[in-house]
Design a protein around this ligand. Structure first.
Ligand code: HEC
Ligand code: HEC
Ligand code: HEC
Ligand code: HEC
Ligand code: HEC
Ligand code: HEC
Ligand code: HEC
Ligand code: HEC
Ligand code: HEC
Ligand code: HEC
Ligand code: HEC
Ligand code: HEC
Ligand code: HEC
Length: 461
């Protein structure tokens, strides 16, 4: 970190006499008196600077230089180099003192005679001063350098002599950062949902104050940063069979969450559905290379939206992060067209819908998909779904996101390995329907009770 090339000044002052009488310079007069050092061609350079040190300006050279051999024009400092300045100046004691100040190396930063910079500084305190010792190239290999650091304005954050805080900080980190980033404070105080570390953790837990390889001065890539505290989430990601592409790609967690504050719960930047559709408004490929439909177009083209989607809540069924269920579902749902029946397999749907629909073969008031038979009112959901072997899964008849018809009855269903479209040939009526799929002969059912349809669509007889 330190620039050793700058340590020349710790050479004992006595040796300066040799320099002063170097061959290029005219021989100095014998210093019989300690006055008149600045005369003719001699030592004019120590005067006339914009900011002069009082004793030098007054030409009290002897306050600091005493002759050891007047004839040879040899001098010595009036006190040991690390004591010279503190003979006149008292330096405040801090819990944390800057190393060169502690060591009395005042002239590492100050010119004892005068300077063009204020406070007799040897270089611009908003420019080169600090980098005369601290490696100027320290951050140049990073992609993003914090602006005040890039402009070498170290003293906007650090004290130069000492501080009551570690790292010579000018104030506590949070106030320091907020002194320039007032918009962050405004966000935190006005937003409805605030990330708790913003209130009780130093900003430097997440941001590097100097430079970083990650945008927004983040200390790590967003995913590692977030997971360094959210260990439960880290566990979920590492133990699930599918991790959502959104969690890893591009901005990772920041694709959906804010790091500071947000108007929506769970630090979401927008309503969940708007978040989802910002990526799912084009076909995407899943991990196995299969094409996922353009969900935004699907919702636009199909007027009947499933209840949770009307509420704007895709995460009612999907885990936004990772899951071991098919298609990132929150609960079990069979991926196939046929599945042997167990209630557990349909945990997703029966998290919201009444399970009697697939458990009771007969009875009124269970479902509208029913037919009067000599044995009673036959539950056609039971008939199709509740089978030991080739039970039809819900997808055989229903769309899950949106459909052209009420009850989310689908037009066709992908079938078999190839996923070819099996036409349902369903005709919906005000009181029930008729379907003629490839599965069986055309069948009609008449819903018990009154019309359940909410629409009086002209298409429906
Ligand atoms: C407050 C103490 C102080 C006073 C007053 C002072 N000097 Fe110095 N001077 C130093 C120190 C310390 C050094 C050595 C470090 C350096 O060169 O920066 C030095 C270095 C020098 C040098 C050799 C290096 C150089 O800068 O050329 C000369 C010559 C010199 N002083 C002349 C003078 C003259 C002439 C005066 C009076 C007009 C004077 N000094 C007043 C502290 C002082
Ligand atoms: C002989 C006494 C004396 C010595 C030795 C001395 N100073 Fe000073 N220094 C003064 C006086 C007097 C002032 C003017 C004080 C004021 O204006 O309040 C001053 C002012 C300063 C200032 C403030 C300048 C400004 O513009 O605000 C700095 C910085 C400083 N000295 C640094 C040093 C350093 C570094 C050394 C050692 C190389 C040193 N002084 C040695 C007497 C001394
Ligand atoms: C790392 C650089 C650095 C070192 C080393 C350093 N100073 Fe300073 N000093 C500064 C800066 C920068 C200022 C101006 C402070 C400001 O404006 O905030 C300053 C200001 C001063 C002042 C005038 C303002 C004040 O605080 O009274 C004096 C006097 C002073 N220093 C004396 C010393 C003495 C004596 C030493 C050695 C014991 C020393 N400095 C070592 C950087 C340094
Ligand atoms: C004369 C050489 C020198 C100059 C000039 C200098 N420093 Fe230092 N600085 C040191 C040394 C030596 C250390 C202690 C070793 C280290 O931490 O690298 C240090 C340490 C530090 C530290 C770390 C303190 C800690 O406890 O972690 C900070 C911060 C710092 N300096 C800031 C500055 C700033 C700001 C400036 C410019 C105003 C500056 N330094 C100018 C020599 C210097
Ligand atoms: C925006 C404020 C800010 C600026 C500007 C700044 N620093 Fe720092 N610096 C800090 C903070 C905050 C820390 C403490 C880091 C921590 O707590 O992890 C620190 C720590 C340090 C340290 C000690 C720990 C380390 O990272 O090595 C050094 C040395 C240091 N800074 C040098 C500098 C130098 C040199 C400059 C100018 C090029 C500078 N700083 C500019 C805020 C700043
Ligand atoms: C002296 C003023 C100042 C201080 C103090 C300061 N910053 Fe900055 N910061 C800036 C400036 C100027 C920029 C660049 C302009 C911008 O993006 O706002 C910046 C940029 C940033 C950025 C990047 C913004 C982006 O969009 O890439 C982050 C993050 C940041 N600062 C965090 C911090 C943190 C954390 C601290 C406290 C350790 C801090 N700043 C202290 C002035 C400051
Ligand atoms: C829990 C981690 C975390 C903490 C703590 C944190 N930030 Fe951030 N900050 C972030 C993330 C993540 C981003 C990037 C957000 C984005 O791109 O949406 C960011 C962005 C920023 C930005 C640039 C964008 C903007 O909003 O202007 C600034 C400036 C900033 N933070 C300052 C601060 C300050 C000041 C503090 C302390 C009060 C702080 N941060 C505390 C994580 C954090
Ligand atoms: C310094 C540790 C820390 C880091 C880093 C961190 N968080 Fe948090 N986060 C917390 C704490 C503490 C809470 C509040 C306790 C809780 O609800 O678990 C929280 C809560 C949350 C919440 C829930 C808020 C709510 O209202 O339910 C979300 C979402 C969140 N963090 C996302 C993130 C994201 C995204 C990142 C990365 C940019 C991140 N966190 C980085 C500590 C952290
Ligand atoms: C595709 C958008 C998206 C991405 C990417 C995402 N989240 Fe979330 N996250 C959400 C949504 C939506 C919620 C709220 C609904 C819920 O609870 O499922 C949430 C909730 C959370 C919560 C609070 C509730 C809980 O489950 O504990 C935390 C913490 C969280 N996310 C952290 C993260 C972290 C860490 C990452 C990155 C590894 C991340 N999120 C990536 C959308 C996302
Ligand atoms: C940042 C873009 C992005 C956002 C935002 C996003 N997704 Fe995704 N999603 C993807 C990508 C890319 C894939 C396919 C790659 C993968 O998952 O591995 C995918 C795949 C999926 C899959 C299929 C997973 C599988 O492998 O079977 C589901 C389901 C899904 N997303 C639901 C959602 C939901 C719900 C939301 C909103 C909470 C959402 N997505 C937000 C990019 C995104
Ligand atoms: C009622 C539960 C539910 C809701 C709400 C829901 N999904 Fe799904 N989603 C599913 C089911 C079940 C599947 C599997 C469909 C299948 O293969 O039959 C699925 C599959 C997907 C797929 C994979 C492509 C496909 O058609 O198989 C994507 C992408 C997807 N959903 C995104 C979303 C988005 C975006 C939202 C919000 C607009 C959303 N989902 C809302 C249950 C739901
Ligand atoms: C998060 C709760 C939730 C989940 C999970 C869920 N649904 Fe729904 N479903 C609803 C809501 C709410 C409605 C709308 C009810 C209304 O409009 O009265 C609905 C309506 C329906 C309808 C149309 C009923 C009508 O009266 O129009 C069908 C069919 C349906 N869901 C099938 C399914 C299937 C199949 C699954 C499993 C893949 C499923 N649902 C999972 C909440 C859910
Ligand atoms: C063989 C086709 C078929 C299968 C398989 C099927 N349904 Fe249905 N479902 C229908 C029909 C047709 C209706 C419309 C009934 C009406 O007209 O009232 C319906 C209606 C519904 C309704 C609306 C309320 C009601 O019961 O009338 C829900 C909820 C529902 N189905 C959920 C499911 C769930 C969950 C599954 C999978 C466990 C499933 N369906 C499997 C054909 C089917």
């Amino acid at each position: 970190m330190l620039n050793n090339g700058n340590l020349w000044w710790i050479v004992p002052f006595a040796s300066l006499a040799g320099r002063a009488s170097g061959q290029d310079s005219p021989a100095p007069p014998p210093a019989t008196a300690q006055t008149g050092c600045v005369s003719g061609d001699c030592h004019g350079s120590v005067l006339g600077r914009s900011f002069m040190h009082a004793p030098t300006a007054q030409q009290k050279c002897a306050a600091c230089h005493v002759a050891t051999d007047a004839a040879k024009h040899e001098f010595q400092l009036a006190a040991a180099p690390d004591q010279l300045c503190v003979t006149c100046h008292s330096i405040k004691k801090f819990d944390f003192s800057h190393e060169p100040v502690k060591a009395g190396q005042c002239i590492g930063c100050h010119d004892p005679h005068g300077s063009q910079f204020r406070s007799l500084l040897k270089a611009d305190p908003l420019g080169d001063l600090c980098r005369s010792c601290h490696d100027a190239g320290a951050y140049s290999d990073r992609r993003f350098v914090h602006e005040p650091v890039a402009s070498q304005a170290c003293i906007l954050c650090h004290e130069s002599h000492g501080s009551w805080r570690p790292h010579l900080l000018a104030s506590d980190t949070r106030s320091l950062c907020l002194s320039c980033h007032s918009a962050v404070a405004e966000g935190v105080s006005s937003a409805r949902h605030v990330h708790s570390p913003l209130l009780n953790t130093p900003c430097t837990r997440c941001h590097d104050p100097h430079a970083s390889d990650h945008a927004a001065q983040l200390k790590e890539n967003p995913q590692s940063l977030c997971l360094s505290c959210h260990t439960g989430m880290a566990e979920q990601l590492s133990t699930s069979s599918t991790v959502h592409g959104a969690v890893a790609q591009e901005q990772a967690c920041l694709n959906c969450h804010s790091g500071h504050d947000a108007e929506f719960p769970a630090l979401l930047e927008r309503r969940p559905i708007d978040l989802c559709l910002q990526c799912h408004s084009q076909p995407l490929s899943d991990a196995k290379g299969r094409t996922l439909p353009n969900m935004a177009a699907l919702l636009q083209d199909n007027p009947f939206h499933h209840g949770p989607i009307r509420e704007g809540d895709c995460t009612a069924c999907h885990d936004a992060h990772a899951s071991s269920h098919f298609r990132l579902l929150e609960h079990e749902y069979p991926p196939e067209f046929y599945a042997p029946f167990t209630l557990d397999r349909y945990a997703l749907c029966f998290n919201c819908h009444v399970r009697e629909m697939v458990l009771q073969p007969f009875g009124a008031g269970i479902t509208g998909f029913a037919q009067t038979t000599p044995d009673g009112l036959l539950n056609l959901h039971y008939v199709h779904v509740h089978k030991e072997k080739k039970g039809r899964t819900c997808r055989a008849c229903h769309e899950v996101h949106a459909s052209q018809r009420p009850f989310h009855i689908r037009e066709s269903v992908p079938f078999g390995e190839e996923g070819w479209a099996l036409e349902l040939n369903f005709t919906q009526t005000q009181t029930g329907g008729k379907c003629a799929p490839a599965c069986h002969d055309p069948q009609t059912y008449v819903r018990p009770g009154k019309s359940l349809l909410k629409t009086d669509s002209e298409d429906l007889p």
